[in-house]
Design a protein around this ligand. Structure first.
Ligand code: AMP
Ligand code: ZN
Length: 114
């Protein structure tokens, strides 16, 4: 999608620190990390918000969680644990309108909201 920063990262029009990539997803380091480990896992399909996920996208979403586990095992933070956050829409403060899953870890994380 034109003017989408994550589509530009997917298309290699702007650089990123890629952690993992396959035909369905890309994962890269967040430019403004909130924890020692802060990776964004992003489907290559442009989906604006979580509410726009359709039935036909279910395999993509499953693949995202499989990818998160693969990265956590490979990068050796699976045992210590981590947090996955996905913002949706205005009240969540979603800034980039292409769905993405924040994977946070590498330290004891702060207070939970839920
Ligand atoms: P959200 O508030 O859930 O939409 O999160 C968007 C995230 O994208 C923020 O944590 C930003 O730091 C991150 N971000 C924005 N631009 C880039 C970029 N060019 N490379 C990596 N991360 C980015
Ligand atoms: Zn996009």
């Amino acid at each position: 999608m034109k003017d989408c920063i994550f589509c530009k990262i997917i298309n290699k029009e702007i650089p990123s620190e890629i952690v993992y990539e396959d035909e369905k997803v890309i994962a890269f380091n967040d430019i403004n990390p909130a924890a020692p480990i802060h990776i964004l896992v992003v489907p290559k399909k442009h989906i604006e918000t979580l509410i726009d996920i359709s039935d036909e996208d279910s395999s993509i979403i499953a693949h995202i969680y499989q990818t998160i586990n693969k990265i956590a095992i490979e990068r050796k933070f699976a045992n210590n644990g981590f947090r996955v956050i996905a913002n949706c829409g205005k009240d969540s403060g979603q800034e980039v309108m292409h769905i993405h899953f924040h994977v946070l870890g590498g330290k004891k994380l702060g207070d939970k909201i839920v």
